[in-house]
Design a protein around this ligand. Structure first.
Ligand SMILES: [Zn+2]
Length: 178
């Protein structure tokens, strides 16, 4: 059972807390309070991304099991909800869900500014440990100078690719352990 990994849920909880904290922190002590101060755009983006992440899990779950009931009021419980409704699935389907959840965990960590999560993955092409997060491209690039594509550019990877390889390794380990 892989459903005991709550890292993604934990990170979503932190991200949400961070967001609401910033929201509550007003522009001052209240003496000059006006209603014209808008929250920082960054926070709106994070909230958007939280909502999009939750919606993606709900969609993925409902597509596979339309009879899944109402979603939990606490949206950080969405991963548990999804796992509960897909517990009877074939390993391949569970692997797809775990890959999605793991990828969201990486996204939540990076949203909180923790890009070190990238370094815990070997490069899918050369296997070396030295991926660097490129924020603008939203990809993890290999630092091995010999690990390049046909155009001589460093190999770089989307989070979903890293998640795919990571979860595939986990499933392979689990199935050989039984
Ligand atoms: Zn590489």
């Amino acid at each position: 059972m892989l459903g005991d990994d709550n890292t993604t849920e934990h990170r979503l909880r932190l991200l949400q807390a961070e967001f609401t904290q910033h929201e509550r922190r007003g522009p001052g002590d209240g003496r000059t309070a006006t209603r014209t101060t808008s929250p920082a755009p960054l926070n709106i983006n994070v909230l958007d991304r939280i909502n999009a992440a939750v919606a993606e899990v709900v969609e993925h779950t409902r597509a596979a099991t339309p009879e899944a009931g109402p979603t939990p009021a606490d949206e950080t419980r969405i991963y548990d909800w999804s796992r509960q409704h897909t517990a009877h699935f074939q390993p391949e389907q569970q692997q797809a869900l775990e890959t999605l959840i793991y990828r969201q965990g990486l996204e939540h960590a990076i949203d909180m500014g923790d890009t070190s999560v990238i370094r815990k993955h070997p490069c899918p092409a050369c296997g070396c440990w030295g991926l660097l997060w490129r924020a603008a491209a939203h990809r993890a690039a290999c630092v091995n100078r010999y690990c390049v594509d046909d155009d001589g550019l460093s190999h770089s990877w989307q989070l979903k690719t890293l998640a795919h390889h990571h979860i595939a390794r986990q499933f392979a380990t689990k199935s050989s352990a039984t």
